[in-house]
Write a protein that binds this ligand. Structure first.
Ligand code: ZN
Length: 413
């Protein structure tokens, strides 16, 4: 197979990303564009304007997902689709999500200016509220589209100030008429930054994740006995924070103990009454376990749970554990993953098969249609922070791989 010498316009891709980075720009060089805020609206407006400039048909659905469709020769055929999200984390980076939307737009611009006709239609999509940092949960609107999350339940989510999701959607003018419901898609590709260090370490330009790791969430609640820190002797204390500290170290040691591909993290903790002169009597913390091997993650949790119970008993601190959320690992479509690697080879980009440790909208499209992702390196492996960065030439490489993956999908029957 010979790839035509068609390539995306790297400069235009860069200018689009830089233009988008101005919307919600933070002093630290990042972006704060939380979902359904004025910044989100401004970025959506610009995206829609750019879609219309290349004569795409724009559809907004009732969850605010924006679809830009470029017709094919036969529009009764299922489209190929690509996109990601415009929203960001609080003080997030300039590449997470937006690269996948601007990358897919750049593919359509390239086809438009070269007057390339494809058999199937091509669709660029911006999924609403991927980040989940303003309205829980993450990947909400691709979840509704995939019929994994109920629309009306999503509408009733509230942010910390009490504002309802649906009201905010209406306020920014992006509650569309089209039903938010899955439709036939021939193939879905999502271009994204890796958000980890492996491509950089292996000196590869392109990563093709074979799928997304399983995600197991737990909430741990400990009770102790509050008392004045001065007069209370050390022996016989029921210090919930000390018990939590020992548990957190167990979580840290878990992947090494289990072997295999696993990460385990305590990312959130609340300590009460959180006073320097009171022994803590109540602690809540979270545990996040991810692996390609669901059974390994479950076996790890069994061990961890026993450790937690033993530690709690030693300290005389009653423990309550909630198994909050479990999603199994999710393999992508093998043929599409293979195509990413083949296209990267043919374009001369060093590449590797990898996994995704983070959830993406592609996790939900994967329930509906053949799905794969294209990763480009994150400098220093940093993401969800203002200094998140990727090299422009790596973004270009990822976008060229996307171009040829979409083209081959759009021209097969
Ligand atoms: Zn993202």
């Amino acid at each position: 197979m010979n790839r035509s010498n068609l390539r995306v316009n790297a400069n235009r891709l860069r200018l689009s990303l830089e233009e988008m980075a101005k919307i919600g720009a933070t002093p630290g060089g990042g972006v704060q564009r939380l979902t359904l805020t004025d910044e989100d609206r401004q970025a959506r407006d610009l995206f829609v304007k750019w879609l219309l400039e290349i004569e795409c048909k724009v559809t907004v659905d009732e969850m605010g997902n924006i679809f830009g469709c470029r017709p094919g020769k036969d529009n009764s055929l299922a489209p190929v689709m690509s996109g990601s999200h415009i929203d960001s984390q609080p003080r997030g980076g300039r590449f997470d999500g937006i690269l996948g939307v601007m990358g897919a737009l750049e593919v359509l611009r390239t086809l438009h200016e070269n007057k390339v006709q494809t058999e199937r239609p091509m669709v660029v999509v911006d999924w609403t509220n991927e980040e989940g940092s303003r309205f829980y949960p993450a990947m909400m609107a691709s979840g509704v589209w995939a019929e994994a999350i109920q629309r009306d339940w999503a509408y009733d989510r509230r942010d910390i100030t009490g504002k309802r999701f649906e009201d905010e959607l209406v306020r920014i003018g992006y509650k569309g008429d089209a039903p938010c419901r899955k439709f036939p898609v021939h193939a879905y590709y999502e271009l994204h930054i890796e958000q980890g260090p492996m491509l950089e370490r292996q000196q590869k330009l392109i990563g093709a994740p074979k799928g997304i790791l399983c995600l197991h969430w737990y909430d741990v609640h400990l009770s102790g006995e509050a008392n004045q820190v001065g007069p209370t002797p050390m022996e016989g204390r029921h210090d919930a924070l000390v018990a939590a500290a020992e548990m957190i170290l167990k979580v840290r040691g878990l992947p090494g103990r289990m072997g295999g591909n696993m990460v385990a993290t305590v990312g959130e903790i609340q300590n009460y009454p959180n006073s320097r002169n009171i022994i803590p009597d109540r602690v809540h913390f979270t545990v996040d376990i991810r692996s390609w091997d669901d059974d390994l993650a479950l076996r790890a949790w069994d061990l961890l749970r026993k450790d937690f119970e033993a530690i709690a008993a030693t300290h005389g601190c009653p423990i309550k554990i909630d198994e909050t959320w479990r999603v199994g690992h999710s393999p992508f479509d093998e043929i599409l993953v293979q195509r990413v690697l083949e296209v990267a080879d043919e374009l001369g980009y060093p590449n590797m098969l990898w996994v995704s440790g983070a959830g993406h909208d592609a996790s939900y499209t994967n329930h509906v249609c053949p799905t794969a992702m294209i990763f480009v390196p994150s400098i220093g492996g940093r993401s969800h922070v203002e200094i998140e960065n990727s090299r422009w030439e790596d973004c270009e490489a990822g976008c060229n791989v996307l171009l040829h993956c979409l083209l081959s999908g759009a021209n097969e029957f």
